[in-house]
Structures are given as C-alpha cells and as structure tokens.
Design a protein around this ligand. Structure first.
Ligand code: ADP
Ligand code: MG
Length: 324
C-alpha cells in the first residue's frame, strides 16, 4: 500500500453524538456532532498533505432509540433485526458527520472529500459469546420480569437482570463477539489512499459471519473500540486515538487512591487490565484495543477526551500506550 504520510484513526465515544441527559432529537445530535466536528477540523487543518484521518464511532444510544421506536410501532411495521438497525444508524450518524464536516471544511476553504461507508465486520459463529447464555451486551430498554419473560418465550431473547433493585431490572442481552476482520477493507483502503476522510465501522460494524462462503448478518453488537482497532490495521494507522469522556484512564478507578495514567507499556497495560483497573464494557475494551494495536505494530495508542484530542496528539495529555 502506498503510504507516505501519517495516519490517524480516531474512535469517537457516545458523548460525541448524544449526551446522556438528552432525548436524542436531530437538533441535539447535530449540535453535539458539530462540537465534535470542530475538534476534528482542528486536527485536519494541522495535518500534512499526505496524512490521512479515519473516523469510527459508537451507536449505542441511536440503536437503542431506534429499537424502542420499532418496538412501539411493531403492530404496524415489522421491527428490523439488529444487523439492519446497525446499518441504519451507520447511515444516520455518517450523514450527520459528513454534512457537518463538509460544511465546516467548505467554510474555511479546505478541500478534502469526506465519505462514510456502510461497513460489515466478520465475527466467528463459534465465538463464546454466541454459546448458551454467555451473551454480555445489554441493549434496548429496561424490562419488567413479565415483559422479559414474554420476549424470551416469544422471540427467544436472552434476558438478564442487570439492575437488581430497579422497578424494571431486566434487559435484553446480545452477543458481543470479537471482531475478526473488516469486510470492506479493500474498498476502505482505496478511499483512504485516494485522500478521503473515511468514516467506517460505525457502532462496531455490522456483525456478519461466513457460512458456505456467504456473509450472513447476525443479531449481535461488536465493541466499537475493538472493531476500530481492526480498522486501524486495515488503514495501517500510525496512531490510534480513542476519544471518550475522560482525559486519562485511571488506576484504582473510583477509589480514594485513584491515579491518572500518563503512559503505560503494553506489559503494564496487560497487568493493570488483569488486576481489574479498567471496567468491562467501558475502559476495559479501550485498553484491550490499544494493546492489540501496539502488538499488531502500531506506534502509539492514546485514550483521552474529545476536547483534548489535539493536545494529546502533541503528547501534552491523555493516556499513551506504547510498546516499551
Ligand atoms: P465511550 O462512549 O466513549 O465508549 P464509555 O462509557 O464506554 O465511553 O467509556 C468511558 C468510561 O469508562 C468513563 O466515563 C468511565 O466512567 C469508565 N471507566 C471505567 N474504568 C475506568 C478507568 N480505569 N479510568 C477511567 N475511566 C474508566
Ligand atoms: Mg464504550
């Protein structure tokens, strides 16, 4: 692959599109996206001609809302399965970023093509997450015991009690299989090499498995940071930048002796991960993704908050994961 400049892959967290306290109106989401896009444009304008930016993002709140909306209208319009919901939200969020980034780049006269890709990610049908009731990713709204049992009986959902003392303690859980490969890798490489800012693997990608040579969509949710790391491999990223809502990952998170981490080697990151410093489902997969990226051959992985993106790339803040 013809690669001259530096390649940065950024993985945007949920707060980049919807704040926890918001309902998720289009106006609210466009407002958040434009705050995010300002940081991205700041980054783009600092990049050289041969440098490339690749973006991935989560879709948790959007797919949750869409699933709920479908459920409320299910007597009139059939709800779509999770893989299709994934594709729908990739389109929705991709549009919001394309529109906003294009407008901002146009306003400053900076010509860069921006494109989002509907993107499948290959998983293994024998991943432990697909076995029995192993599934670990809660999706959709909270359910009463009665509602949960009804969905289990009618649709074969796996339901788990995720908030024991709440009035509605149950939720549907779906498998969160490990991403193996990005299906549209070749197309994405072509776009990146040609100079486009590519938005891909949104929401962790649409999970598909291969059977008799065919790709088949599956009801599952891939972690966006782990899928983002696979995308970083595809585009041969130099830097994998995870932008979330905390400036640094911490040791002893939430305890009186909590300590922010400036820099950790892969060996240290593995040790801390095993000691339980990074919670499963939030910081855990981020650190795991960073470890994978460096072990694959990436130069540097950084975890920081959205507003610190540029400073973190300059080495002034964030948690940096390096080989040694
Ligand atoms: P995103 O939408 O960006 O993926 P997450 O909520 O999944 O965001 O992950 C970020 C969150 O991880 C933080 O807000 C924090 O609550 C949580 N977290 C868990 N462990 C740690 C840790 N060791 N250090 C910092 N934050 C942590
Ligand atoms: Mg997350």
């Amino acid at each position: 692959m013809a690669k001259n400049g530096k390649r940065i892959l950024i993985a945007l967290g949920g707060n980049a599109i919807k704040q926890a306290n918001e309902k998720g109106t289009a106006e609210e989401q466009f407002k958040n996206v434009s705050i995010t896009a300002e940081h991205i444009v700041r980054l783009i304008t600092k990049m050289g001609k041969e440098d490339r930016l690749i973006i991935t993002h989560g879709n948790g709140p959007q797919s949750g809302n869409l699933a709920l909306q479908q459920d409320l209208a299910k007597d009139q319009i059939p709800p779509q399965p999770l893989d299709v919901v994934g594709a729908m939200t990739q389109g929705q969020i991709g549009y919001m970023f394309q529109n906003t980034l294009e407008n901002m780049l146009e306003a400053i006269g900076h010509k860069v093509p921006v494109i989002s890709v509907v993107n499948q990610v290959l998983v293994d049908k024998n991943d432990p997450e697909f076995i029995g009731e192993n599934a670990s990713k809660p999706v959709g709204n909270f359910l009463s015991e009665e509602e949960a049992m009804k969905m289990k009986a009618e649709k074969g959902w796996i339901v788990k009690k995720v908030k024991p003392n709440a009035p509605k303690p149950w939720r549907r859980v779906v498998p969160s299989p490990d991403p193996i490969a990005n299906v549209e890798a070749d197309a994405i490489k072509i776009l990146v090499n040609a100079g486009a800012v590519v938005i891909a693997s949104g929401g962790g990608g649409i999970p598909v498995y291969k059977e008799n040579g065919k790709l088949i969509g599956v009801e599952a949710v891939i972690d966006k940071d782990l899928a983002g790391e696979r995308l970083a491999e595809v585009v041969e990223a130099d830097v994998f930048l995870i932008l979330t809502d905390v400036e640094k990952a911490k040791l002893n998170y939430g305890k009186p002796n909590e300590t922010p981490i400036d820099r950790m080697t892969v060996a240290e990151a593995k040790k801390y991960l095993n000691e339980g410093h990074f919670l499963a489902g939030s910081m855990g997969p981020k650190v795991k993704a960073c470890i994978r990226f460096i072990e694959w051959g990436g130069k540097e992985a950084v975890i920081t908050s959205l507003d610190k993106a540029v400073e973190a790339l300059e080495g002034k803040t964030g948690t940096h994961i390096v080989s040694a």
